[in-house]
Design a binder for this molecule. Structure first.
Ligand SMILES: Cc1cc2nc3c(=O)[nH]c(=O)nc-3n(C[C@H](O)[C@H](O)[C@H](O)COP(=O)(O)O)c2cc1C
Length: 259
């Protein structure tokens, strides 16, 4: 039996414009008798052919229920305003006692899902900590307090911190963990998620300390169901900010080489 191809072209709809052929990163499409044809069984399923087709002749076997959602150009956002908004984002460490809705969490996850990934691998997973949040933080606090007393370079780094009970999550209502085999994709997904959270009026703290705790503590890794071979890349602590900032702080000049 012939394997189902990743991409199907509806020959009746195809107008032979060749746009999909030209835009395919893998050279998997060719023009045959004036119509586009998918020449292999598999591809990276980036969906450029699906996205570019002017007549909707392309379908993807893995996504039979794909919708016809229309793209919006980034130019709709004023670039000066966008830049100022990006510079205005501050790490939030004081959170209001207010829940984050499931709809908002879903939007944040959706933003992460759509970040670019090498070979369209989408090689990350998200864990939303709510009911297990307090257990995870308790374990991390315990781990750090013990680690402070040890004699390792990490211990000397954290020795001077006051590890209170909310040291990692600062009383925020939601924590999203981003895990991945590599780290690039997870970082990109996190950045997309962070920006979406801010656009919803939420604030974010990247808890690098929690990531460190999960790296060294098997108990925490098991509590958060971290799969073997996967590593925790980021920990986004999310909630409504209980703090306002009046101005944008300065930053070092970017180190830029023009070669
Ligand atoms: C990967 C990463 C990990 C971080 N980990 C922590 C953390 O564990 N605790 C904390 O208070 N801040 C943490 N931060 C926040 C940084 O300290 C903060 O981004 C930096 O001081 C600049 O402040 P700003 O984000 O408000 O511009 C982290 C930031 C990043 C990007």
């Amino acid at each position: 039996m012939e394997k189902q191809k990743a991409i199907a072209i509806n020959k009746d709809k195809c107008i032979g414009c060749g746009k999909c052929v030209k835009d395919c990163v893998g050279g998997k499409l060719k023009m045959v008798d004036g119509k586009a044809e998918f020449m292999f069984s598999r591809c990276i399923e980036c969906g450029h052919c699906y996205a570019i087709c002017p007549v909707g002749a392309v379908s993807m076997a893995a996504y039979p229920d794909a919708t016809d959602e229309k793209p919006v150009s980034m130019t709709e956002f004023d670039s000066e305003k966008l830049l100022t908004a990006m510079k205005s984002r501050r790490t939030i460490r004081q959170f209001a006692d207010k829940a984050v809705s499931d709809e908002d969490i879903a939007k944040i996850l959706e933003a992460g899902r759509y970040c670019p990934t090498g070979t369209n691998a989408q090689d990350f997973s998200f864990t939303v900590l709510r009911s297990k949040k307090d257990d995870a933080e308790r374990e991390a606090v315990k781990f750090f307090r013990t680690a402070q007393k040890a004699a390792t370079p990490f211990s000397s780094y954290i020795k001077h911190f006051e590890i209170d009970d909310k040291f990692f999550f600062k009383g925020a209502p939601v924590v999203i963990l981003v895990s991945s085999k590599g780290s690039t994709s997870g970082c990109l997904a996190s950045s997309y998620m962070e920006l979406m959270a801010y656009s919803l009026g939420l604030g974010v703290l990247y808890s690098g300390f929690f990531v460190a705790a999960a790296k060294f503590s098997k108990k925490i890794a098991s509590l958060i169901n971290l799969e073997k071979g996967s590593k925790l890349v980021t920990c986004l602590v999310i909630g409504y900010p209980a703090v306002d900032y009046e101005r944008i702080p300065p930053r070092k000049e970017a180190e830029v080489k023009w070669l």
